[in-house]
Write a protein that binds this ligand. Structure first.
Ligand SMILES: Nc1ncnc2c1ncn2[C@@H]1O[C@H](COP(=O)(O)OP(=O)(O)OP(=O)(O)O)[C@@H](O)[C@H]1O
Ligand SMILES: [Mg+2]
Length: 236
């Protein structure tokens, strides 16, 4: 059974519908990738799961429990961590203070243990632990945002375009971190525009176009589908 199942979802903002009946299966300990052009509804899909969009129809089931419409704090509490598309660190605070914000419910000793875990995954954060987050590079800031999501030891991470707007080497590095997270047992649902690179590291893939799924299957199968790849992925 999948960790998360989205079934026939119609969702948007207020009366405005963005997703027009979308289904996604997110199997445990795998990377599931949703790709698609600008405005397709990728972020809205993650917003819907995270409790930040209006659900009109359909179900969102996590560990067998219906979670559609739960508020964001409740979604976080049950083990789902959302790394939104932008602006998700506090630039005026240090790296450590940012992590503290993300783990504010934890006891000090527990928090320290977990900081140890996340800096092991992102050694650059250890080096810059006292630096203001605003002085980090785009890639380092992205790593901090992921680290903040990890502090609560989520079972499922929702990652929105973690490789966007980064130099190719940094984008690759970040995507490799997603693989490392999966290998540590975290289930990942990610949305990506750098479709080709993301599909290379993914297990399952969906292609979302104008609120409708146009493909679902193996990530490699989407990459190797000549017609879809040419139309939507900039791959030839
Ligand atoms: N908060 C909001 N209120 C109203 N409409 C919104 C809101 N956020 C997004 N939309 C609209 O929903 C549609 C889908 O947007 P969404 O952000 O889900 O697309 P996306 O696939 O993530 O695109 P991108 O690749 O550019 O990030 C767009 O038409 C957008 O204008
Ligand atoms: Mg988006």
């Amino acid at each position: 059974m999948s960790l998360l199942s989205v079934s026939n979802l119609q969702a948007g903002y207020g009366k405005f519908k963005v997703l027009l009946g979308v289904s996604v299966e997110v199997p445990r300990k795998e990377i599931t990738i949703v790709v698609g052009p600008n405005g397709a509804g990728k972020t809205t899909l993650l917003n819907s799961i995270a409790g930040l969009a209006t659900i009109h129809f359909g179900t969102i089931t996590y560990k067998g429990r219906e979670i559609a419409g739960l508020p964001p704090h409740e979604i976080a509490r049950i083990g789902i961590s959302y790394i939104p598309q932008m602006g998700n660190v506090f630039p005026e605070l240090s790296v450590l203070e940012n992590l503290r914000m993300a783990g504010y419910t934890l006891e000090k000793a527990e928090f320290n243990d977990r900081v140890g875990e996340v800096v092991e995954l992102f050694p650059v954060l250890k080096e810059f632990i006292r630096r203001r987050a605003g002085t980090l590079s785009g890639g380092e800031r992205r790593m901090l945002a992921i680290a903040m999501g990890l502090i609560r030891r989520p079972e499922l991470m929702l990652l929105d375009e973690i490789s966007a707007d980064l130099a190719p080497i940094m984008a690759k590095k970040i995507l490799e971190k997603a693989v490392e997270l999966r290998d540590r047992g975290i289930t990942i649902l990610m949305v990506e525009q750098m479709a080709r690179k993301a599909l290379e590291i993914g297990d399952n893939a969906y292609l979302l176009v104008s609120g409708v799924m146009k493909f679902s299957g193996g990530a490699k199968d989407l990459l190797n589908n000549p017609e879809l790849a040419r139309l939507y992925l900039g791959v030839r």
